[in-house]
Write a protein that binds this ligand. Structure first.
Ligand code: 5GP
Ligand code: SF4
Ligand code: MG
Length: 459
């Protein structure tokens, strides 16, 4: 998912519209914006299923007055694709209105939810984000202390924007798993999952929100606080590999540059003599350019993406996902015919995409197809909000590299090493993960998890 926030800038709804549009790649299922007019403290909101440009019209934006806002674009996993779970979630509580937008997943949401339900709470949604609202609302303490307590109880990877009639709270989990950046626009502040949203609205990047940090914005301005000392920084590696937009920076590392370096590293680790290098659009183009630069093998446009289809992975069911791949990519016959092709992709998760693309290239006449993946084998589920619900669906959890090669019908197959990935991304942080979470590759999770922990991100 993607989150966007505005504090202290007029026309917060329109700014959110543009910011969320820039974050659309992070979720195509639903979009929403909630605004507050700081003069009156009044709330307004609109949410709908679909893309930002489908959900919002000029009239709807005009009905959302205010200089403060939080917004959200969502992708869900398993079945919970419904308007009721569209964010921001909105509540009435003791002191007024409360809106919450999250990117990420709360690992211990089911157990907190059960506990709250046993004490009489009635949940409105199936979204794990709702537990934070209940924890805050039930607390007898003042709002900020209640929010701190709530943030301390939850385990997982999350970026939170929480807005009331008086203030905006901004928080990042103790490992900084999910990206969240702060910027300035005029006299106000803006927040976003990725810096690309700032470029769109002309805001100036200030810094990344730090692991365990809690920012409090109210009529007195910005107060920098924390709810946790911050454990090891573990920024999601998949953001660098696949999820984030190439023009974004996370922890001041540019995504395109990091991917290109992954491609170079892949060439160093697994050179193969070939005629052309082809990247799977869009997410693997940067890595393919790096592979081509390092080897001197020309980069070619051997695959074309139909720009009217969305991200295949984000389609909730396997059947839709498979149709999605076919609608999405075509091979350029005159380019690949008779050629030895190195095909670069960012990851193999279920294996559906890779088999399909290798087949496309062969059907278009490629003589050899050598697959190079710019990440290690994805063998473990994510508990922190990236859609990989079930270990059994991960091809690398049950198959060796040779078996995967066979399953996707490649001539050769190689995955980037974890060390190579750490070197290539060069994220600040010198612990063994190199500042990143690599759990889906290494099975070393930065927080407590077990197989029963909540994986189905509903943000
Ligand atoms: P698969 O191997 O499951 O058929 O598809 C892998 C493709 O889906 C990759 O090329 C990549 O672009 C995209 N993808 C890979 N990993 C993830 C992930 O963790 N989350 C999402 N949303 N997409 C992914
Ligand atoms: Fe990202 Fe993988 Fe860690 Fe999930 S387990 S947060 S996908 S690196
Ligand atoms: Mg891809």
């Amino acid at each position: 998912c993607g989150v966007f926030g505005v504090f202290g800038t007029p026309n917060a709804a329109s700014l959110s519209y543009y910011g969320l549009h820039a974050l659309q790649h992070r979720g195509e299922e639903s979009s929403g914006v909630c605004t507050v007019d700081s003069a009156s403290g009044s709330f307004a909101y609109h949410r709908g299923m679909g893309l930002v440009k489908e959900v919002f019209t000029t009239d709807i934006l005009a009905s959302l007055p205010g200089d403060r806002a939080i917004g959200h674009v969502r992708y869900s996993t398993s079945g919970a694709s419904q308007l009721g779970n569209a964010q921001p979630l909105i509540f009435k509580y003791r002191d007024g209105d409360l809106a919450v937008a999250t990117n990420g997943n709360i690992v211990n949401a089911p157990s907190i939810r059960r506990e709250l339900e046993n004490m009489g709470s009635i949940f409105q949604t199936t979204s794990d984000t709702e537990v934070i609202a209940h924890l805050i609302a039930r607390s007898p303490k003042d709002f900020v202390s209640a929010a701190k307590d709530a943030l301390q109880r939850i385990i997982g990877g999350f970026a939170f924007l929480i807005m009331t009639n008086e203030r905006l709270l901004v928080a990042s989990d103790p490992n900084g798993l999910r990206p969240l950046v702060m910027g300035r626009l005029g006299d106000g502040y803006v927040f976003a999952s990725e810096t690309c949203a700032f470029e769109t609205i002309g805001a100036e990047y200030v810094r990344d929100v730090q692991p365990g940090e809690l920012l409090i914005l109210d009529k007195d301005g910005l107060q920098e606080d924390r709810f946790d000392q911050g454990g090891r920084r573990a920024s999601c590696a998949m953001e660098y590999i696949y999820f984030a937009r190439p023009d974004s920076d996370i922890n001041e590392v540019n995504i395109h540059t990091a991917r290109k370096q992954m491609g170079r590293q892949l060439a160093i680790e697994a050179f193969v003599d070939a005629d052309i290098v082809v990247g799977v659009p869009d997410s693997s183009i940067s890595a393919a350019i790096g592979y081509a630069e390092q080897t001197g093998i020309p980069y070619e446009m051997g695959l074309i993406k139909n720009k009217y289809s969305g991200r295949t992975f984000i389609q909730p069911s396997q059947e839709l996902r498979e149709k999605g791949v076919k609608m999405k990519l075509s091979a350029v016959r005159k380019i690949v015919q008779g050629k030895r092709v190195v095909m670069i992709d960012d990851s193999i998760v279920r294996g559906t995409t890779s088999l399909r693309i290798v087949t496309l290239l062969r059907e278009a006449g490629a003589k050899e197809v050598h697959v190079r993946i710019s990440s290690p084998p994805f063998a473990n589920p994510c508990y922190y909000g990236i859609d990989t619900p079930d270990r059994r669906e991960l091809i690398a959890s049950s198959k060796t590299v040779e078996e995967i090669r066979e399953a996707i019908n490649a001539d050769t197959l190689y995955f980037l090493s974890a060390e190579g990935l750490i070197d290539a991304a060069s994220v600040p942080g010198n612990d063994k993960g190199g500042g990143m979470c690599l759990a889906c590759f290494t099975n070393e999770y930065p927080t407590p998890v077990d197989e029963n922990s909540d994986k189905s991100c509903s943000c």
